[in-house]
Design a protein around this ligand. Structure first.
Ligand code: MSP
Length: 503
């Protein structure tokens, strides 16, 4: 049994979750479900990033005590993920004591190893990004991402000696070409590192809302270096003997906005603490609305506005969790940016789920009920549709492995379409010979079942309902389901369409 440890970034709790957060979380969930289906031992981590000035200011602005604010907002993420059927194994919060202790232990280790020292820092800071901005990045005195004015900060800080890791990082990128994907993102990271790395300030004295530096309690750790450590907390860096076996199989998912933190800073810190850099990082693109990223806070005419903020809970209520999940996974090739639109959620749902899958389910079950007293016949053991189903399984396996999630789902849909075409060519509604009729419907039903299993990571609730309609009790998310000719003879009933068309 292989181990698969998948993580999302931990999201800031300055505000409620939006569909951009849902995007990464749904991808991670689908990957986790796929690996469980393969029989892997899976640990899926998500959670919330609760320290730093951005959160403290949000709490103050809303007249909340900071801890009450983060408790409330973290709960909004938990609720959103419940609505979207997210099967995380652990929800981490950086204000948890276990995390605070892990941060202290991990950063103390780096300090003891001689990679952290005291220094002075002065520079322009963006609270939205929670990071200092290089002169070259500043546009008209503002943050290029948030378009907000920057603040000048001068502090005595502890510095992580990132500059000492240039060669070690380059060697790691070279020796582990698969570690950062897609490849063009890896190349971007390599060129950045080749230009040279500066030491980075990792503590603050200007705020108290963070983890205290264990060797100097005037300082708290800068929120990013507290946050990244969450990936270690959850798998027991403090004291769990299984820690290494999970860490060796980690897969971090993130969008391109936080690539440097994850692909440069984080691996260097792991090396400095004496553990391996992360096994795999996959960087996806941004969901956009009208070409702009969902959802950034910007200042317009002195007012802070959040553009294009769409709540995952509203989406799930309006369209159903599976329609939203399917759209997010099927519509945009993983890695590219993509325009988000309500019209396309409906189009994808109607075309693929209502027309193709729903129609096949309805046809097969109705014919079996009407013509064979509801008893599911056996599938042919050798036929073209079986070969096509086995091909679809192979394509899906390769595609999930290569993070081509849209292609994995397309392989399932292709099988659905071929099964519909098979029915059209065999015309079982006209067949008089019961034996032939049984072969055709048994075969179509089995192809439908395989397609359902392949779609399960994207539409878990509907996939389980299809299994119920086929009167198969075994859980659909079981890897042994990906074989031909598993079920026959069970009794099924007539039912309403599972995917009524949406307008
Ligand atoms: N708290 C940090 C992450 C620390 S991880 C150790 C942070 N939080 S965030 O709330 O801003 O989340 C950023 C992440 O949310 C992105 O990297 C991405 O995974 C997801 N997304 C946020 N907006 C998104 C889009 N518009 N499109 C795609 N993903 C988006 O950064």
């Amino acid at each position: 049994m292989e181990k698969f440890y998948v993580t999302t970034p931990i999201y800031y709790v300055n505000d409620a979750p939006h569909v951009g957060h849902a995007y990464t979380t749904v991808i991670a969930d689908a990957l986790a479900r796929w690996h469980r289906l393969l029989g892997d031992d899976v640990f899926f981590l998500t959670g919330t990033d609760e320290h730093g000035d951005k959160i403290l200011r949000a709490a103050k602005k809303n007249n909340f005590d900071p801890q009450d604010w983060v408790d409330l907002t973290a709960q909004r993420f938990v609720s959103a993920w419940r609505e979207l059927n997210i099967s995380y194994d652990y929800f981490i919060r950086t204000t948890q004591e276990k995390h605070v202790q892990t941060v202290k232990k991990f950063l103390s280790k780096i300090y003891e190893n001689g990679y952290i020292e005291l220094g002075k820092y002065a520079g322009y800071y963006c609270v939205g990004c929670e990071s200092y901005k290089d002169e070259s990045e500043i546009v008209d005195g503002k943050c290029p991402d948030h378009l907000t004015p920057l603040e000048w900060l001068e502090e005595e800080n502890y510095f992580f000696k990132l500059s000492m890791f240039r060669d070690k990082l380059l060697q790691w990128y070279e020796e582990s070409p698969q570690a950062i994907q897609p490849e063009y993102r890896r190349n971007e990271v390599v060129s950045f590192v080749l230009r040279g790395l500066k030491d980075i300030s990792i503590t603050r004295t200007s705020t108290t809302w963070g983890v205290r530096v264990p060797w100097d309690d005037r300082h708290v750790f800068y929120v990013w270096y507290d946050a990244l450590v969450n990936y270690l907390t959850a798998i027991g860096y403090l004291d769990d003997p299984h820690f290494s076996s999970w860490w060796q199989n980690v897969c971090h998912l993130l969008a391109k906005d936080i690539i440097r933190f994850h692909c440069i800073w984080w691996p260097a810190m792991c090396m400095a603490a004496g553990i391996d850099p992360p096994h795999k990082l996959f960087i996806h693109g941004h969901l956009l609305i009208g070409g702009k990223r969902v959802s950034k806070t910007r200042i317009q005419q002195g007012q802070e506005i959040t553009i294009t903020k769409i709540s995952p809970i509203d989406l799930a209520n309006e369209f159903g969790a599976d329609a939203v999940r399917y759209y997010l996974l099927r519509e945009i090739p993983l890695g590219s940016d993509g325009e988000f639109s309500y019209e396309n959620i409906i189009r994808r749902y109607n075309d693929d789920l209502a027309n193709d899958l729903g129609n096949l389910l309805q046809r097969v079950t109705t014919l079996i009920v009407n013509k064979l007293n509801g008893i599911v016949p056996e599938a042919l053991s050798e036929c073209q549709l079986k070969d096509q189903a086995l091909d679809a399984i192979e394509v899906a396996k390769r595609s999930w492995e290569g993070f081509a999630l849209n292609q994995a789902l397309e392989a399932a849909l292709e099988l659905v379409r071929k099964t519909n075409a098979y029915l059209e060519s065999k015309e079982p509604w006209k067949l008089k010979d019961t034996e032939i009729l049984k072969d055709v419907l048994g075969t179509a039903c089995e192809a439908l079942r395989i397609a359902t299993v392949l779609l399960y990571p994207a539409i878990p609730d509907s996939a389980e309902k299809i299994y119920e309609r086929l009167n198969i009790n075994s859980f659909v998310g079981n890897h042994s389901e990906l074989k031909w000719g598993l079920y026959a003879s069970q009794q099924i009933q007539k039912t309403d369409p599972l995917f009524p068309r949406k307008k």
